[in-house]
Design a protein around this ligand. Structure first.
Ligand code: KG4
Ligand code: ZN
Length: 350
């Protein structure tokens, strides 16, 4: 692509419950249209895959039209089409992949089937400029919790660790549910915690000591924490004592943020990295942001966190990675590109 201001790339995201269509020119964000089906899942307390797939089908064309209108471009102007091909919910991914193939074929433009996690990393350059490489990425959302070593976001991303059970956001959602807070629970726990004492209850920090730590140095585990919160609340209720939702929320949140930031900083130090990037829906958490900033600064590490709207799932992140792939001359995907629910992060382009 020879345009001086970089290629115009359309990005499509449908891996979970957000239908996202973004338009990016080079590293400039032109449009980020998102339709969420989160309200349709609220009464189930979690994302229902079939409901998400149907919502993507309904939202795809209106969201595509809105993105083009917002950006003031026509589909003919697009130089390449990028789409999340994995990981994610298979039925949901298929809707985006089918739409992207149709557009690429109809427009005669290259198609890039990209990794969702790498896209969460690439999106930061829309806000903070060129990605510092190498950097370490902590990605925390309802579907994933990963520590990645990013040498080159277009083809060299190494997983250092991940959750071995619940994702961080999933833990926030489950604990919120048992505290009687609405779905998705993260923002509600965050808000409740501001009025609580984070030192009031010593909840466990999974995989941070002994043999567990030796075997899972940069992995996470949040299901034991969730169970500990449930037991604590049950025991209080049985004894007739009041449960302080702010105190439980603040202590639980502290346990999650303590582990995430401790391991992220330790991973940076172990690999000699001085840039930490945080992404995913949980990156909106106020305590995670402040603790990460504080601990990273003490270790001489710079922290980058995109604004909340770019941290949660969206099409702009896919377009951002697509534009970088085009700019760095990476080979596009074949038109028989599959959707892959368990696409490894080592595969940036399928
Ligand atoms: O990235 P995202 O929009 O979707 C995926 O799961 O991929 O992340 C949603 C998750 C939910 O679990 C939600 O509870 C959590 O991010 N979340 C938060 C906050 N805002 C959203 N968790 C903690 N604190 C927040 N302020
Ligand atoms: Zn995500």
């Amino acid at each position: 692509m020879t345009r001086p201001d970089g290629p115009l790339v359309l990005g499509i995201e449908t891996s979970c419950d957000e239908t996202g269509v973004g338009l990016v020119r080079g590293t400039k964000l032109l449009a980020d249209a998102v339709a969420s089906s989160v309200d349709e899942h609220a009464r189930f307390g979690g994302v229902v895959p079939e409901v998400a797939s149907r919502a993507h089908l309904e939202a795809m064309l209106p969201t595509l039209e809105r993105a083009c209108l917002d950006a003031g471009v026509g589909l003919d102007d697009v130089d390449a089409v990028a789409v999340t091909s994995g990981p994610g919910l298979i039925g949901a991914l298929l809707v985006g992949v089918a739409a992207a193939k149709t557009l690429a074929l109809g427009l005669g433009r290259p198609l890039y089937g990209v990794n969702h996690l790498a896209a969460h990393v690439a999106v930061d350059q829309l806000e903070h400029g060129p990605l510092p490489e190498p950097c370490l990425a902590l990605l925390v959302s309802g579907g994933h919790s990963s520590l990645l070593l990013v040498d080159d976001v277009t083809h060299a991303v190494r997983p250092l660790g991940a959750t071995i059970d619940d994702a961080a956001g999933e833990a926030f959602d489950k604990v919120a549910r048992l505290l009687g807070l609405p779905f998705p629970g993260g923002p509600h726990i965050d808000a409740a915690a501001t009025g609580g004492d984070r030192m009031s209850i010593a909840f466990p920090r999974g995989l941070t000591s002994g043999r567990d730590m030796d075997r899972h140095r940069f992995d996470f585990s949040f299901s034991g924490l969730k169970t500990a919160v449930a037991r604590w609340v049950e025991a209080r209720a049985r004894s007739g004592a009041a449960v302080s939702v702010p105190d439980v929320a603040a202590s639980f949140q502290e346990a999650v943020c303590d582990v995430l930031t401790r391991k992220a900083v330790a991973a940076c130090q172990a690999h000699g990295i001085d840039h930490l990037l945080i992404g995913g829906g949980v990156a909106a958490n106020s305590r995670l942001r402040s603790l990460a900033t504080e601990r990273a600064a003490a270790a001489g590490i710079a922290v980058r966190v995109p604004r909340p709207g770019l941290c949660t799932d969206n099409g702009a992140m896919v377009a951002a990675l697509g534009a970088e792939l085009v700019t760095r001359g990476r080979i596009p995907s074949a038109l028989d590109l599959p959707a892959s629910s368990s696409m490894p992060v080592t595969t940036v382009v399928a």
